[in-house]
Design a binder for this molecule. Structure first.
Ligand code: ADP
Ligand code: ZN
Ligand code: ZN
Length: 742
């Protein structure tokens, strides 16, 4: 018997091993095995297929050992892995590595998963009768308390941690009991998972509008696998999800609730646990790997979590009875994994997961992606719209401030326009809060010499360095390289160094100066290094300890704050100026989402967008809350220029330290591709940032018509790639694919 296995390595296919006789009755698909690979190395691999065909003309190695007595990866999961590897042109090994928590796949026979252990104490049976410790009254009291605890809980032992909670506990008393051998200790395997979280409320009754939307979603699911819920910010989409989840729970079905970012899970965990208690498991890369392993094993057990809240990686958990997948904020670009391989899009993969599992998918957003809205309008997805905020609160009033004109008229003396300054003062006076959104961290994005126009550049990347004032450093936002701020211009040694534009750090400084009494908080990649610091900031803002919150797009997403009256969007134009056909879409989404943080509970909010280019059509759509109008403008453009969803895009990225090799390699690969794919091949070209971490980057773009078979395209691309690799000069060129999201 032979087994095909996936190794956790970036190899292109599966590998075949011989199954030792004694193992044959115990092995199966989805089991882990240890196999030798390469020179004296062992890996944990996953069996994908068992068969009797001896492989071609080489000697087969034998499986060394079998790890499991039952599969740890289900057949449906293997199907999903195969699809990802096929569709996103990535190796099965990369998918495998992304899917399983690392402790489940130890390399080189190392120990993998380490169960957590706890010290427990037991009352020694023989001694209990004669247990009167006589003189030691305190010991007797503690002993009685322990006996009572065991009686109450029906358990045989108590953990050391639990003993410490007892009223009569003291280390000396416990030690006395241990020394007299009235208590004895032993080690037990403990769970890292939190249990016994009690729900504290029922789902809120829905408003009439919400109920209609929920009914429409259910209705739509009767004949469609996927529904898009387009609900304006603060319409109460989350409450609708809660009702749907409850319905699936009552039908014995599991729900996967996907969020684009770990940061958002904190607030949502609270909201969902309030209703579902410990039926919900939280899964993302911020969670300890051993705990993730326990969650995986629990999902395989008889009592799996019924709801999983997580980010991209939770797609890979073993679900047995998946009934519903919710993709919240489905438009978010963070759903796309760009590094490392597999480079996949979690929303699109979720749709495939649901299809494989026979589950339904609900996509939710206030600003749906052009692709999803197109699919909904075309009838491929159901479409449900919720136009009203919960509590019938008016949508925020959105105003533009023309900063160019204000500057010309010398009315703009700080980063904040007079109107925004005024709105903030008023909000503060009323005890309300403010959010200021600036898409750049650091103090100043650009430093320039007034005499010779020199600007500091990164040594390893072709980008300018950002000035971080407090750290007194210039930092590359691409590779984190750092240099001290020079005292004078290193180029002409004469001119003065001037900063252009204001990042979040400078904005905070100015705001503190303008509103000296108001507590400020800053949320960006510099201040939020850990989930804890993020949680603290959110908590401080939620509880009004911070009055003005300044931040990058981190603050614009899906958070629910009740007391925010004013949202200011500083330098909005910087959101639109990317050379990318999706840049206006992203700008529209970011601004609308940020605006949606204003006036969520009782009063209408005000949003001020500061722009030097108020004629931009995007702003017109944003200020009128006109999603449909925006969508139509975008889809017309996409059709005109033949962009998705009217075609499929694949970008091929080549990287090499030597610029000439990168250049020649890209030209050679493009040539090979053109032989089979003709005019579908565009480039090669230099991306806007053509060097990062000393790697020179070139790009080839494939525009493939929708009717062209993906399988055929893959075959042609892969064959061009292998011919490209035949040239020794290009053996070391790093090459990868971005599918759909280029
Ligand atoms: P969205 O996800 O659409 O932005 P949320 O679900 O966060 O909106 O709802 C906005 C606010 O309104 C939240 O504070 C939420 O608790 C509240 N809310 C929404 N629906 C209800 C309801 N039916 N009953 C009570 N409160 C609700
Ligand atoms: Zn100079
Ligand atoms: Zn750099």
């Amino acid at each position: 018997m032979y087994a095909d296995v996936i190794l956790p390595l970036p190899l292109s296919g599966t590998y075949t091993y011989a199954v030792p006789d004694e193992m044959q009755s115990r092995i199966g698909r989805g089991f882990r095995v240890t196999v030798p690979f390469g020179r004296r190395k062992y890996y944990t691999a996953i069996v994908t297929k068992l068969h009797r065909q001896p492989p071609g003309n080489f000697t087969v190695k034998e499986i060394r050992s079998l790890t499991d007595s039952a599969p740890v990866v289900t057949g449906q999961q293997l199907d999903l892995w195969e699809w990802i590897s096929f569709y996103y042109l990535s190796s099965p090994g990369d998918v495998f590595k992304a899917a399983l928590p690392a402790p489940m796949t130890p390399a080189d026979l190392q120990p993998g998963f380490i169960p957590k252990s706890e010290t427990h104490l037991r009352i020694t049976p023989a001694s209990t009768a004669a247990a009167t410790p006589g003189r030691a009254r305190k010991q007797q009291v503690l002993l009685d308390e322990i006996a009572h605890f065991l009686n109450e809980t029906g358990r045989e032992s108590i953990s050391r941690k639990e003993i410490k909670e007892l009223r009569s506990y003291s280390p000396a008393v416990l030690n006395g009991l241990l020394q007299k051998k009235i208590l004895h200790t032993h080690t037990v395997e403990a769970s890292r998972l939190r249990r016994e979280i009690t729900p504290i409320r029922h789902p809120f009754p829905l408003s009439e509008e919400q109920q209609k939307a929920l009914d429409a979603v259910r209705n739509s699911f009767s004949d469609r696998q996927t529904v898009l819920l387009h609900g304006v910010t603060s319409s109460g989409k989350t409450e609708i999800y809660i009702h749907l989840i409850r319905q699936h729970l009552s039908e014995g079905k599991q729900t996967l609730y996907l969020l684009p970012e770990i940061a958002l899970t904190t607030q949502l965990t609270q909201r969902l646990q309030a209703v579902f208690g410990d039926r919900i498991g939280i899964y993302h890369s911020g969670i300890d790997e051993h705990e993730r392993t326990e969650i995986w094993l629990k999902m395989l057990s008889e009592t799996p979590y019924e709801i999983i809240l997580g980010v991209r990686s939770s797609l890979f958990l073993p679900f047995r009875r998946l009934g519903l997948v919710i993709v919240d904020e489905e438009h978010e670009t963070a759903y796309r994994q760009s590094e490392p391989s597999p480079r996949y899009h979690a929303r699109d993969t979720a749709l495939m997961l649901a299809r494989i599992s026979g589950a339904k998918t609900l996509l939710g957003s206030a600003t749906p992606s052009v692709e999803s809205y197109y699919n909904a309008r075309a009838g491929k997805y159901g479409l449900v719209t919720l136009n009203e905020r919960f509590g019938k609160i008016a949508p925020p009033l959105i105003r533009l401030e023309n900063t160019r004109e204000l500057r010309l008229r010398k009315k703009m003396k700080t980063a904040l326009s007079p109107a925004l300054t005024e709105e903030i003062s008023q909000a503060l006076e009323n005890g309300e809060q403010v959010i200021l959104f600036r898409n750049r961290r650091g103090f100043a994005p650009v430093i320039e010499c007034t005499a010779c126009a020199w600007t500091p550049k990164c040594k390893h990347c072709d980008v300018t360095l950002t000035w971080h004032k407090k750290a007194h450093k210039l930092i590359c936002h691409h590779c984190s390289a750092t240099i001290p701020l020079p005292a004078e211009c290193p180029c002409c040694r004469g001119g003065e160094l001037k900063s252009l534009g204001a990042g979040t750090e400078q904005l905070e400084e100015e705001v503190s100066r303008l509103f000296p009494g108001a507590e400020t908080g800053r949320m960006d990649g510099d201040t939020v290094r850990s989930r804890d610091s993020y949680g603290r900031l959110i908590g401080d803002f939620q509880e009004n300890r911070i009055r003005i919150l300044i931040g990058t797009q981190m603050i614009s997403k899906g958070l629910d704050f009740g007391n925010v009256r004013v949202v200011g969007i500083i330098a909005a134009d910087s959101l639109l100026n990317y050379p990318d056909f999706r840049s206006h879409e992203r700008g529209f989404q970011l601004i609308t989402q940020a605006a949606g943080r204003a006036g969520r509970r009782d009063r209408q909010g005000t949003v001020i967008i500061q722009t030097a280019d108020p004629e931009q059509p995007v702003y017109r759509f944003v200020t009128r809350n006109d999603y449909a109008g925006f969508y139509h403008s975008q889809i017309a453009e996409r059709e005109l220029f033949n962009y998705p969803p009217f075609t499929r895009l694949i970008s091929i990225v080549l990287k090499h330290k030597d610029e000439q090799i990168a250049e020649a390699g890209a030209a050679s690969l493009a040539q090979l591709l053109k032989q089979s794919l003709g005019s579908r091949v565009l480039g090669p070209g230099k991306p806007v940032i053509s060097r990062i971490r000393q790697q020179n980057i070139r790009e080839i773009l494939l525009k493939i018509e929708n009717q062209f078979s993906p399988a055929r395209a893959r075959e042609l691309i892969k064959s061009a790639e292998s011919r490209f690799r035949e040239n020794n000069r290009f053996k070391q060129v790093l090459l990868y694919y971005n599918v759909d999201w280029v």
